[in-house]
Design a protein around this ligand. Structure first.
Ligand code: GLN
Length: 484
């Protein structure tokens, strides 16, 4: 059962090949047996998941079930879930149970999905390797000495290890696409505003966006149908109709214009990764696409601009964790200032503190214009680069990450090297565009991700372009050899 995609599970449940209780039990036992190796879950929702599964089976028996009733999923531990702990990978929220439900998880519940549990992540989604989690690193199922990518590393590893058929993730600078690439799965970050951020713990509000992490593009389309849509509780959510993302999946790609930004294939990209991407591009040529080189001239400035804007927003968002209202509180504070200082000092990890310091500095009087305003100006130029290129091509392609999964510990002492893991993903968030990563090859037994970037609200196009590739190749069907 754990080999099946969501689309196949929908069929299997409808044909009564198995019940939701059997399916859920199967996944729970896999998590209980195997997750010691990966550490991809922070919380396993065992009892409640089985209750939900019983209810879903009942709905089906009564003929009241919708398409997804009884299908298990896991949620990144950044989505607030009523009654289940939401830690955001931090000591600060280690025992936090939210009094309300995020819109994304609420939509899954309304569609009668089963919540298997909450997945591990970098603390407050800050990281590219899932090593900053208070709950320990996640190991990559393809090689447990390597990182799964981050920050949605738990979700990616859980899908790759077949501990869940799919999971949710969030992407502020690459956190859906980069772990999807390193773990050999499919992930899509939608256009900013497509999916509600209500109840999703904020890192950098103008960049954060949620999306599905799955085995196939078809599954991503099915789940994006569930997740997308206007929400009056998120003022940045866009009130625009949601198409059925599965509708155009089977359309051929004849005449598709693909752009390859030369800046995304430059120094720093492993030559074997580049080779795998070029082989994938040959598949697109056979599918009828034309490919040309394009330029996104401000690419080199995206990383520094992001590392001003994201920490600036984070420093403001994280000021709510003060030891007073909720979250971690230090023991026996001497006075109010001591309470603030020690609660934050003890509750946050090193990377989060680094971001708060950088962000506070960039926003302080005297530096605001020099750093924050400058970064915002760069952001507009980065956006303009994309707008210009989308006059000439339908989709932009590149490697998702410069290398395959690196070793655990390899970049922990060098934040700048770690930040560079997102060199090809970050500009997309600055521009608010949709982008996707799909498995497109193996280098020394480790997965390579192909990134595709679309114009605003072109999710259906990206999913179609990804699905057609997956019809022609079987990279998305490769499994880590060590898998039981
Ligand atoms: N690695 C990037 C960061 O640490 C992006 C993280 C994310 O997308 N949440 O900021």
């Amino acid at each position: 059962m754990h080999e099946l995609t969501i689309a196949e599970l929908v069929q299997g449940l409808a044909d009564k090949k198995f019940s939701s209780v059997e399916l859920t039990q199967h996944y729970i036992s896999r998590i209980n047996q195997l997750d010691k190796k990966y550490n991809s879950f922070i919380t396993v929702n065992e009892d409640e998941a089985l209750n939900q599964a019983k209810q879903a089976d009942q709905l089906r028996a009564n003929g009241q079930a919708n398409q997804f009733a009884g299908i298990p999923v896991a949620h990144k531990d950044i989505f607030c879930t009523k009654g289940i702990k939401t830690t955001c990978g931090s000591k600060m929220l280690a025992n936090f149970v939210a009094p309300y439900e995020s819109t994304v998880t609420e939509k899954f519940s309304q569609a009668n999905f089963i919540t298997l549990g909450k997945t591990n992540m970098d603390e407050f989604a800050m990281g590219s390797s899932n090593e900053t989690s208070h709950f320990g690193s996640v190991c990559n199922p393809w090689d447990t000495k390597r990182v799964p990518g981050g920050s949605s590393g738990g979700s990616a590893a859980a899908v790759a290890a077949q501990l869940t058929p799919a999971a949710t993730g969030t992407d502020t600078g690459g956190s859906i696409r980069q772990p999807a690439a390193l773990c050999g799965i499919t992930g899509i970050k939608p256009t900013y505003g497509r999916v509600s951020r209500w109840g999703m713990i904020a890192f950098a509000s103008s960049l954060d966006q949620a999306g599905p992490m799955t085995r196939t593009a078809e599954d991503a389309a099915l789940l994006l149908n569930v997740m997308s849509g206007f929400d009056c509780k998120d003022s940045t959510c866009v009130d625009q109709p949601v198409p059925d993302y599965t509708e155009s999946l089977n359309q051929p790609l004849t005449g598709l214009r693909i752009g390859l930004p030369k800046e995304y294939f430059s120094a720093g990209i492993d030559s074997n990764v580049s080779k795998a991407i070029h082989a994938a591009l040959d598949v697109y040529r056979q599918l009828g696409a034309t490919i040309k080189e394009v330029s996104l001239p401000h690419t080199a400035l995206s990383l520094p601009a992001y590392y001003v804007i994201a920490p600036a927003e984070a420093s403001s968002n994280l000021s709510r964790f003060d030891g007073v209202r909720y979250g971690y509180r230090c023991e026996t504070p001497e006075n109010l200032e001591d309470l603030y200082k020690r609660s934050r000092g003890e509750g946050f990890g090193a990377e989060v503190k680094r971001r708060i310091l950088v962000g506070t500095y960039a926003l302080s009087a005297g530096y605001y214009d020099a750093y924050y305003i400058k970064a915002q100006k760069i952001r507009r130029l980065v956006k303009q680069d994309f707008t210009d290129v989308f006059n000439e091509v339908d989709v932009i392609m590149s490697p998702t990450a410069p290398t395959t999964a690196f070793n655990l510990g390899e970049k922990m002492d060098d934040p700048v090297a770690m930040y560079a893991s997102d060199i090809n993903t970050i500009a997309v968030n600055l521009a608010g565009l949709p982008a996707m990563s799909i498995p497109a090859g193996l280098v020394d037994g480790l997965p390579v991700g192909l990134q595709m970037i679309g114009n605003y609200f072109a999710e259906a196009k990206l999913l179609q372009v990804a699905h057609q590739f997956q019809q022609a190749t079987d990279w998305h069907r490769q499994r880590p050899t060590a898998l039981d």
